[in-house]
Design a protein around this ligand. Structure first.
Ligand code: FES
Length: 77
């Protein structure tokens, strides 16, 4: 149960309260990463989430970088 809850609420951008699930839902609906950033502000605050965003959803993301970062996010909640 805890794993399911943390997976559903894993925060990517703390400055603007954007979760992994919100990003993945919006990408699945056809939005671009740039569009999500523009409408949420994600990445335009402290910038601390940029590396996460790039390693999970960026053009150079690999299955390995994605899995590594997502596992860390899920553990941190
Ligand atoms: S955590 Fe995303 S801009 Fe600060």
């Amino acid at each position: 149960m805890t794993d399911t809850v943390s997976r559903m609420t894993a925060t990517v951008c703390y400055c603007f309260g954007v979760s992994k699930d919100e990003i993945e839902k919006r990408l699945a609906e056809g939005e671009t990463l740039d569009g999500i950033q523009a409408t949420t502000g994600m990445g335009y605050g402290c910038g601390g989430c940029i590396r996460v965003i790039e390693r999970v959803w960026g053009e150079d993301a690999t299955p390995e970088s994605r899995a590594l970062v997502l596992n860390a996010l899920e553990r941190s909640g």
